[in-house]
Ligand binder design. Structure first.
Ligand code: ADP
Ligand code: TRP
Length: 329
């Protein structure tokens, strides 16, 4: 059976990018694979979150995972910091991760630019920690959005390097995965390329219907096409990309035709998009409210998930130690 691993950082609530890029794929995969899904709270420490807020964030993301359809009967759902084996594998993998390649990672270069005052070693070795999360379960597939492609390439490189260095065929090379198609990039509606927490343009699973309508109606547009079959500017293309993700093919075709013959009214397009987003989000939001305050259930899920994930992680660590020649007296 295939093994699937994925995680989301605990820096804020889940938005449509997280849901359609990673979570929804994972939810489908839990029917047929050996699945591990976690909250990457260690990864969130690179930006020094407020200790008083950390646990609450982890808790609300856990509730959102469950509300979105992650099933603790089928998947191991756990918190990264409950896994000391991940920290150990991270240390061991760092011995074979070179400063040059870590410095060349796009996400690191971006952080250097944006947060020049906090370029810490955790940020530099972010890809090794991510590789440890994945390799600790010897995963075959990793459902993620397009922005994680380079991190996955590095994970494969670390796996390959380990196998070559020690003359073993131990770690599989995990593939980034999206059901039936290329990895997705959910766009923002503010004219920027990507929807994201740090971009401040998120539509969240916890947003009310009113919030969603407001956010969608504010989407950047232009004065409309003036020539038949003209090419779409990026802002309009982004709206269509989201429509393709949440609406039926008929709806998409209808608005594409209106665009092509210049009869489109952006107001109608946005109204439809907002209603179709609400149809996805509203049932999840209702479940979030129900689960969020159930402390007993949340801690049961996290503990059981950690036990299951640790069982697989302990086996890997014992084997990796053996391969590397680390022996107990
Ligand atoms: P954020 O980018 O909001 O900070 P994370 O970096 O924690 O969120 O991403 C968690 C998961 O969600 C990753 O698999 C990532 O690829 C996916 N993801 C985040 N934003 C998007 C997006 N706009 N489109 C597709 N996938 C996304
Ligand atoms: N780096 C991922 C992100 O920012 C989160 C993450 C951490 C992850 N470890 C992972 C994703 C392992 C998949 C597998 O989105």
């Amino acid at each position: 059976m295939e093994t699937v691993v994925s995680g989301i950082r605990s820096t804020g609530n889940l938005h449509l990018g997280n849901y359609f890029g990673a979570l929804r794929n994972f939810i489908k995969m839990q029917e047929s694979a050996n699945c591990y899904f976690f909250i990457a709270d260690y990864h969130s420490l690179t930006t020094h979150p407020d200790p008083a807020a950390l646990h609450g964030n982890v808790r609300s993301i856990l509730a959102e995972y469950l509300a979105a359809g992650l099933d603790p009967e089928k998947s191991a759902i756990f918190i990264q910091s409950d896994m000391p084996q991940v920290a150990e594998l991270y240390l061991l993998l760092n011995m074979h991760a070179y400063i040059g390649e870590l410095e060349r990672t796009a996400s690191f270069k971006e952080k250097m630019r944006k947060h020049a005052d906090n370029v810490n070693a955790g940020l530099l070795t972010y890809p090794t920690l991510m590789a440890a999360d994945i390799l600790i379960h010897r995963a075959d597939k990793v459902p993620v959005g397009k922005d994680q492609e380079q991190h996955l390439e590095m994970t494969r490189k670390f796996a390959r390097r380990f196998n070559t260095k020690y003359g073993v065929n131990y770690f599989p090379e995990p593939e980034p995965y999206n059901f039936g198609s290329d990895l997705v990039k959910v766009p923002g509606l503010d004219g920027s390329g990507k929807m994201g927490k740090s971009e401040g343009n998120g539509i969240y699973l916890a947003d009310s219907d009113t919030d969603i309508r407001k956010k969608v109606m504010r989407a950047v547009t232009d004065s409309g096409p003036t020539e038949p079959n003209s090419e779409m500017p990026e802002t309009i293309r982004n709206i269509f990309t989201l429509l393709e993700i949440v609406s039926s093919p008929d709806t998409v075709a209808y608005f594409r035709e209106r665009y092509a013959d210049c009869s489109i009214r952006y107001g109608d397009l946005k109204k439809q998009l907002a209603e179709d987003i609400i149809a996805t989000v509203a049932p999840i939001r209702e479940r979030i409210v129900a689960i969020q305050n159930d402390d007993v259930y949340l801690s049961q899920v996290a503990r059981r998930g950690a036990e299951r994930a640790q069982e697989s992680a302990r086996k890997t660590i014992a084997e990796v130690r053996e391969i590397m020649g680390i022996k107990r007296f």
